[in-house]
Unconditional design. Structure first.
Length: 89
């Protein structure tokens, strides 16, 4: 994991702690409430951590550099210029 996902998990854990935002079920016992909040945390984290990961990878990360001569067309074939260069050589 990277630091952004770690901080995201910590904030999500804090928000989903019983009685911080909501208490589910409202009149349940201590362990029932803790179990429900644990399941809610697990589900929310499971479905959102990849999104947070991808966002964090886009922040401050340099894009790959394309070097001359390493380009291939959209369909994976070489450009016409490269083919002509090879034929003439």
């Amino acid at each position: 994991m990277n630091w952004a996902v770690t901080f995201y998990a910590a904030i999500l854990f804090f928000i989903l702690t019983p009685a911080v935002l909501v208490r589910l079920p409202p009149k349940g016992g201590k362990f029932t409430v803790a179990a429900v909040h644990a399941v809610v945390f697990a589900l929310v984290f499971h479905f959102t951590h990849k999104f947070v990961w991808q966002l964090s990878m886009g922040m401050g990360m340099p894009r790959p550099i394309r070097k001359e001569g390493m380009y291939e067309g959209a369909d994976g074939e070489q450009s016409k210029e490269e083919e002509e260069t090879k034929k003439s050589a």
